[in-house]
Ligand binder design. Structure first.
Ligand code: ADP
Length: 622
């Protein structure tokens, strides 16, 4: 017998599983049945595509039995699927395959560790059996192999591997129930769990039990062994919509999605005609934990004529819809479709295009019919949908109606068309301010002039706004203009007043320009600042100062160093003091302080904070 250590993260996970309280411990059965079903899917696929398996007699099924004996209560789940060899057992049941899990575990707080939903969210799968077991044995025989191996563990740091026996290919899992799992060695409990969680599993699930026999006088005369199919064994997405309840849909979702919460909603499409396919998509109510990992796991499984093909194909939907979970089942694709074929296949691209359109239009419906639900959806998925704006031009209009923004006029989120409805009659553009965090953006002095005019400004504080929004260009004839660029300034300035001010400020502008040298592109008078002495903008074609900063932080090598334009408010007492001063040194120090403070106000980190502080101290001591 060999003894092996679990990988560290598995040990940690098992420790967590064994020592936490679970409100949903019964999900272990769903996880094990789902694994069995996957194993049957894999073998079915092999028998249809791989000549090596062509002669295999294969009658796929899952069997569940139990021993209710007080002293040794056990529960056994058995399948005749693909099975596992020695190395599969050691690897698959000794590590956690999903990338990101380790980090996820490391970052859990103690509070979160107690939350079984969180644990369920990344699918502890097989390991969940330790919620109800003090020992688990797995006896498995890989298809087309003679070797049989037994894996066993009490979940405490190590597992054992030894040779064993089993007639057919497949896997038997024997759970030695602990006190927590006591209740599952029972016909009715198992019957209920299978019906509730695994009814849709496409293979028959048999439950075996002994039924007591009585004679005519009601005296027990023995017992009879029974084996009954418990589930309906039809792929859920193939059943007609009218037969299915929301509960059926939700249970199915939880059985494959790594999510223990109900989805926000589902979209079931059965298409017939040029292309024949069925899709069942779910929008989760919480973002998958790996949504922002580069190596996120795809949430969509591909089937061909009900035969499972892959759950590891990211191209089934565009990247920005990576939060969608579900199934695509095509009647027209070949069974042995390879990844390369899949990516250029016309049938597949038709399904993909139609699916994207459908998902976006259903999202739109929800936004109109159920704004409250849509707010929860947008709180989780606004950002990926915004990514779609620059990656999916074909669906630009649909996406524009789905994305939401914060704004100076409303609490919560607004859509662009809601903004448009609120626009002032003389307003020529949709204004926005992006960059930095929401609080900083909301306090920018640049907003003052728009507030005075009654123009609403969209507050864009998502880090990708600065990249996405310029690509929108216009929305229903109205250009989107960043108010930290000079083009938007012209829209709200009073021309007459501006001319007057320009004359008035001629001298000070010259002096300040000299003082600031090449740190600025220009110094101009402003008629839009109200409470603030100064503000910075950039030329229309230049990159905003915040954007430059974001790109630099992201380590983008060549960031063009465009210089800001400093706007000054001649009515502000601080600026007045500069105007009145005859002391060139004073004008210089003040100019630098004003520029730096305007940058800080926009959330920009100064290159030389020490210079700023020295300057300030010198000035204050004068
Ligand atoms: P997941 O199912 O999310 O991959 P699990 O921890 O539940 O994670 O299972 C790990 C791996 O062990 C599976 O991916 C599969 O390769 C293998 N496995 C688990 N149960 C079975 C089974 N009944 N038959 C064959 N392989 C299995």
């Amino acid at each position: 017998m060999e003894q092996k250590k679990f990988k560290t993260e598995v040990s940690e996970l098992l420790h967590l599983i064994i020592h936490s309280l679970y409100s949903h411990k019964e999900i272990f059965l769903r996880e094990l049945i789902s694994n069995a079903s996957d194993a049957l899917d894999k073998l079915k696929y092999e028998t249809l595509t791989n000549p090596e398996y062509k002669d295999l007699q294969f009658d796929p099924h899952i069997d569940i039995s139990f021993d209710g004996n007080e002293k040794k209560k056990t529960l056994t789940i058995s399948d005749n699927g693909i099975g596992m060899g020695h190395d599969d057992l050691a690897n698959d049941l000794g590590t956690i395959a999903r990338s990101g899990t380790r980090n996820f575990l490391k970052n859990l707080t103690d509070e979160q560790k107690k939350d079984s939903n969180l644990i369920g969210q990344f699918g502890v799968g097989f390991y969940s059996s330790f919620m109800v077991a003090d020992k688990v044995e797995v006896i498995s025989r890989r298809a087309a192999s003679d070797e049989v191996w037994k894996w066993s563990s009490t979940g405490k740091g190590v597992f054992n591997l030894e040779e064993s026996e089993r007639e057919e290919q497949g896997t038997t899992i024997i759970i030695h129930l602990n006190d927590e799992g006591d209740e599952y060695a029972n016909r009715w409990a198992l019957d209920r769990l299978i019906k509730q969680y695994s009814d849709h599993i496409a293979y028959p699930i048999f439950l075996s039990y002994d039924q007591d026999q009585y004679d005519d006088e009601g005296k027990k005369k023995g017992s009879e062994h029974k084996r009954e199919q418990v589930n309906s064994a039809a792929a859920l997405w193939r059943r007609s919509k009218s037969e299915l309840t929301t509960e059926d849909y939700n249970e199915f979702y939880k059985s494959f999605s790594y999510d223990t919460e109900d989805p926000a909603f589902y979209i079931h499409t059965q298409a017939e005609g040029v292309n024949n396919y069925t899709t069942l998509f779910y929008i989760p109510s919480k973002a998958p934990f790996d949504m922002y990992n580069a190596d996120y796991k795809s949430g969509v499984k591909l089937y061909v004529k009900r035969v499972y093909i892959t759950d590891d194909e990211k191209e089934l939907l565009p990247t920005y819809l990576r939060f969608v979970r579900g199934v695509i089942d095509s009647e027209d694709l070949p069974l042995n479709v390879s990844r390369e074929i899949l990516q250029q296949n016309r049938v597949m691209s038709n399904i993909r295009n139609a699916s994207v359109k459908k998902i976006l239009s259903e999202l739109k419906k929800v936004s109109q019919d159920n704004p409250e639900l849509y707010t929860t959806i947008i709180t989780e998925f606004n950002r990926p949908l915004k990514e779609g704006l620059y990656s999916d031009y074909a669906n630009r209009d649909a996406l524009l109606s789905l994305v939401r923004f914060k704004s100076t006029e409303v609490d919560g989120y607004t859509s662009l068309s809601q903004y448009k409805e609120r626009m002032k009659e003389d307003q020529k553009a949709i204004y926005y301010l992006a960059g930095g965090n929401e609080e900083t953006v909301r306090r920018s002095p640049l907003l003052q002039g728009y507030k005075k005019k009654g123009y609403e400004v969209l507050i864009m504080a998502d880090d990708i706004d600065d990249i996405v929004v310029p690509s929108i260009g216009t929305f229903e004839e109205f250009p989107l203009k960043a108010i930290n660029k000079s083009g938007a300034v012209d829209d709200i300035e009073e021309k007459e007043e501006k001319k007057k001010k320009e004359k008035e400020g001629k001298d000070i502008i010259k002096r300040m320009k000299e003082a600031l040298g090449d740190r600025v592109k220009d110094v101009v008078v402003s008629t839009r600042l109200v409470d603030s002495p100064v503000a910075v903008v950039v030329d229309d074609n230049d990159m905003s100062v915040q954007m430059q900063q974001i790109l630099k932080q992201m380590g983008q090598g060549e960031v063009p160093d465009s210089k800001p334009i400093l706007e000054i408010n001649l009515d502000h007492p601080m600026v007045k003091k500069v105007v009145e001063s005859k002391d060139d040194e004073y004008v210089k120090s003040m100019s630098i302080i004003l520029l730096d403070s305007a940058l800080i106000h926009e959330g920009v980190m100064l290159k030389n904070p020490a210079d700023f502080v020295n300057n300030l101290h010198q000035l204050l001591s004068k």
